[in-house]
Design a protein around this ligand. Structure first.
Ligand SMILES: [Zn+2]
Length: 52
């Protein structure tokens, strides 16, 4: 379950606010609107903080 790093709350994915851009879906916290991450539209999950 996604947790907001800003207000430290947990949310169901369905609760999150999302904005779609050309290729990405950006997900925001519904409480404080902090960005939680971005996802590829083709069902491929791509966290904004990659470990490389
Ligand atoms: Zn938040």
């Amino acid at each position: 379950m996604p947790t907001c790093k800003h207000c430290d709350r947990e949310f169901n994915p369905a609760e999150l606010v999302s904005h779609e851009t050309d290729r990405l879906r950006l997900v925001h916290c519904p409480a404080c609107e902090a960005p939680l991450g971005s996802y590829r539209k083709h069902g491929q999950r791509e966290p904004s903080s990659e470990r490389r």
